[in-house]
Design a protein around this ligand. Structure first.
Ligand SMILES: Cc1ncc(COP(=O)(O)O)c(C=O)c1O
Length: 416
């Protein structure tokens, strides 16, 4: 798969029709929600699907033979197929977890627990979210392995030559990196990283938390061994994440959590495990949430598809970059060109703390996030204590970017 995100032939999005489906936009305050990178708002079809399933078709799954149990089983299994197909994966390789954080921990405690040992290396990058840092730190501490970081250039990009250097030593077992950075917006050349890593028998885990809501992703074509993402950033509910694992790896992976639903035979002292993805879904899974996430995938398809969402968000990001460049004292971090980045812009403001910036914006109902965005090592590497982030979605308009920039003008005046 190419590392370029979306085909240029995407159908265009009817943004006003999209906006009409978000209840929060009916509030009287005129909220400008530029915080979808933290968590997306939910459109009515997603809320309706969850309400209807929970009210009319609900039961626990994989347990009952009555009408409601069969309907719930059918809906849960269909949800897995829909969610897998949305990113070019298969149901047999798609595990439902609580969040991508849990998905990455699952890999760290199963495959990595077996395959990473003393003297081995795990490679991540300076731009990772803590979800893709801390599990690897802990693994390396447990195993006596070494955690190496790919550094970033001044536009926040990794250097494939540095990766080649790490791989050449032959000790790297895993490369774990974000598809799209949640702070810089950098889109990493994942297919190329996979190709290079596989040449040296290293596996690749991709954190797709920011990529899946923003651009077409084809997990099979990327070739990643593990690809994780999280439902609440794709207009779906909280409490559900997705981990795709290459089929050949799944068969040999030990379970992560143990208990009901993930077993084959339970004897007094020993237990055998279920096969396939069920081995990794101990206990009652997020059933209503799976239905909601599938509805979110269907909703994205219904509004024109993820390629159309991507084209819209790229245009919005280009406009935001252009307008933010006019604000005195403001510096956007990450790639300068909208085509090479995701739909968010994080910035530092000379003389103003990001929390003050966010508060001044909040007075005008402009919702952004301030702080380190769960990426403290990145901020250390950049030498900036914190940033303010505005992130964009299918419902974002140019007028909302104008509202952001107007409010930032007030920040500039206050801190001048
Ligand atoms: C790049 C990235 N990875 C991982 C996460 C963690 O997602 P969750 O809290 O849903 O596990 C986030 C959330 O902000 C993210 O942006």
């Amino acid at each position: 798969m190419s590392d370029v995100a979306a085909p240029s032939t995407a159908t265009s999005l009817d943004v006003q029709a999209v906006r009409a489906q978000f209840p929060y936009l009916e509030r009287p305050e005129g909220i400008v929600y530029l915080d979808s990178g933290a968590s997306a708002q939910k459109p009515r079809p997603v809320l309706d699907a969850m309400y209807s399933f929970a009210g009319l078709h609900y039961a626990n799954v994989h347990r009952g033979v009555h009408r409601l149990a069969i309907e719930a089983d059918t809906a849960y299994d269909a949800a897995r197929r829909t969610v897998a197909a949305f990113v070019g994966s298969t149901a047999r390789e798609t595990i439902f977890v609580k969040s991508i954080t849990e998905g990455i921990n699952l890999v760290a405690h199963t495959w990595a627990e077996q395959h990473v040992g003393e003297g081995d290396e795990v490679v991540i990058t300076h731009m990772e979210h803590h979800a893709n840092v801390v599990p690897w730190q802990q693994l390396c501490l447990r195993k006596g392995a070494t955690l190496r970081y790919l550094e970033l250039d001044e536009e926040g990009r990794i250097d494939l030559a540095q990766l080649d250097g790490f791989l050449a030593a032959g000790r790297v077992k895993l490369v774990a990196l974000a598809h799209v950075s949640n702070v810089l917006g950098t889109r990493n050349p994942v297919a190329e990283v996979v190709r290079r890593a596989h040449e040296h028998d290293a596996l690749v885990l991709v954190d797709g938390a920011q990529a899946v809501p923003q651009e077409p992703v084809d997990v099979a074509a990327l070739g990643a061994d593990f690809y994780g993402w999280t439902g609440h950033k794709l207009y779906g509910p909280t409490g559900i994440g997705v981990l795709h694992v290459r089929r050949e790896l799944l068969a040999d992976m030990p379970p992560f959590l143990t208990g009901g639903d993930m077993i084959n035979v339970v004897d007094f002292q020993e237990t055998t495990w279920a096969t396939g993805v069920q081995r990794f879904e101990a206990g009652t899974p997020p059933i209503v949430e799976a239905v909601g996430l599938a509805a979110a995938c269907d909703w994205v398809d219904a509004i024109g598809g993820i390629a159309a969402v991507h084209a819209h968000e790229e245009a919005i990001t280009a406009y935001a970059l252009e307008r933010l460049a006019t604000v005195e004292g403001l510096r956007v971090v990450g790639p300068r060109d909208a085509a090479g980045r995701g739909a968010l812009t994080s910035f530092a403001f000379a003389g103003a703390h990001p929390h003050d910036v966010a508060e001044i914006l909040a007075r005008r109902e402009v919702c952004v996030r301030a702080g380190q965005h769960c990426a403290e090592p990145l901020h250390r590497a950049m030498g900036i204590p914190a940033t303010t982030r505005a992130s964009y979605a299918a419902h974002t308009t140019r007028e909302e970017i104008d509202a952001l920039v107007d409010a930032l003008g007030e920040v500039a005046r206050i801190f001048a």
